[in-house]
Structures are given as C-alpha cells and as structure tokens.
Design a protein around this ligand. Structure first.
Ligand code: SF4
Length: 243
C-alpha cells in the first residue's frame, strides 16, 4: 500500500520543556523520570533511529517530524545529528514541532535549517502577549514566538504552520488569534484540547471552554499501562495533531 501524504515518522525528544503550558505541565508529569544516557546508549539510540528511518523510507514515507516534550531542549548535537540523518536517509519534509521560545535566537534556526529542517510547527494561544503568556506561564513567550517566526521566515522556502487550542483562557479570542496570524501571512489551524489519560496532574475540567465536552485521548502505545510505566511520558499535546 502506498503511503498517504500525511504519513510520517515522529521522533520524540523527552528532555522536558522550557515553558509550562496550563494544559500540559510537561515537567510535572507524574510518570516523568530524568534519564542520563552513556555514549554507548546514545549510539544504540541513533542506530535504532536509523533503522526506523530506513523501514519507513522503504515504505515511501518522506515526512520526518521532531517533537518532544520541547525538542530544542535536547542536546544540540543530538537534534542536529537526527536531522542530518533524516536528510541522508531521504526524508524530504523535516518538521520541528516547537513552542518557539528557543527559536528566538536566529543562530539556532540557522543551524537547524542548514542541517535540513524545512518546516516548523508552532503554537499560538492568543492574539496578544497577555493571553498567550498566561497559557504558557512564561512571560515573554509571545514575543519570543514572534521573533522565531521572523527568524524562520528569513530562510526562504522554509514552511511555518501555526495552530491554536481552544481553552477557557482564550475563549472568545480564537478568531482574533487566527486573524492575527493571517495578518502575518500565516495559516493557523484551530484544535480542540485532547485530554490525555496519563496526564492525571492536569485539571482538564478547569481548562475546557464553557460548554465544551471532554475529548479523551488514550496512550500512544497500547502496550503501556499508565500504572506500570515509570519511564513512560505521554507525548506532548501542544504540537501533534493525530496519533
Ligand atoms: S504543551 Fe508543549 S510547549 Fe507546552 S509545556 Fe507541553 S511540551 Fe512544553
């Protein structure tokens, strides 16, 4: 069966996050554990990544998506190596799914683009700094996002996709949020909040917009049981559409 256009290999970098979105609170995840890999272990991880890439490429998949937690929290050498590996293995669409905070630095954007990233998926939670920063709980994150957009656009041919989430915190501001991005020449998708069954630390009821029904999401790997997964951290919900 030939791959669908949207089929992709999604690699997650679980190194925590530099913001603290109200609906995610990644660093407080009850199943999070710190990990420190030896050089040997990293070599094994990269060999597995390459094997995975080859399997998917043989099936015709051309999209490689790099997520997190926040992928720019991963060691720079690791992120760059994986991007370069993706290019070498023949992925033609390499997307970084980031909150944009670290991308306010043009040098990082340049490094990633030169390595092979040609698309960025970024979240915006409101039409202004007050709304966006209240969701991310990081003052300056909206300003950083706008800076990141400018940096990415300075590399012609690099794609940006924006998305926002319907939340109580931005209730009534979604249209403005989308039109704000359109004014910058960017499309902005609107997603509903999905409630992860493993995110027991998040008070979803308090986050849902008035009248919204809960949208439950099961764990990615059905073999993983939340009560038996001390090393398991559910993939973040800021940057991914379907899984
Ligand atoms: S939603 Fe994404 S950016 Fe926000 S805290 Fe979670 S991992 Fe970080």
């Amino acid at each position: 069966m030939s791959p669908r256009k949207e089929d992709k290999l999604l690699l997650a970098f679980p190194f925590g996050c530099d913001i603290d979105c109200v609906f995610c609170q990644r660093n407080r995840h009850p199943h999070r554990t710190a990990f420190a890999f030896t050089d040997e272990r990293w070599r094994e991880v990269l060999i597995r990544f390459r094997a995975l890439m080859r399997v998917l490429r043989r099936r015709g998949v051309r999209r490689l998506c790099l997520g997190g937690d926040e992928p720019t929290m991963a060691p720079a050498w690791l992120l760059e190596s994986v991007v370069r590996m993706g290019v070498k293995e023949g992925f033609t669409y390499i997307e970084l799914m980031s909150n944009g905070v670290k991308l306010r630095g043009r040098r990082l954007v340049e490094t990633l683009v030169k390595a092979g990233v040609n698309a960025f998926l970024l979240p915006v939670y409101g039409p202004d700094a007050a709304t966006h920063d209240a969701v991310t709980r990081k003052k300056g994150s909206y300003a950083a996002l706008l800076k990141a957009i400018g940096n990415i656009r300075s590399f012609p041919g690099t794609k940006i996709e924006m998305h926002t989430l319907r939340l109580k915190a931005n209730q009534g501001r979604i249209r403005e949020t989308v039109s704000g991005m359109m004014a910058l020449g960017l499309k902005c998708a609107v997603w509903d909040l999905k409630e992860n069954e493993t995110d027991t630390h998040v008070d979803y009821a308090a986050l849902r917009p008035d009248g919204a029904l809960p949208r439950k999401q099961r764990a990615v790997d059905s073999r993983v049981r939340k009560d038996r997964a001390p090393n398991y951290v559910k993939y973040n919900i800021c940057t991914e559409r379907t899984y």
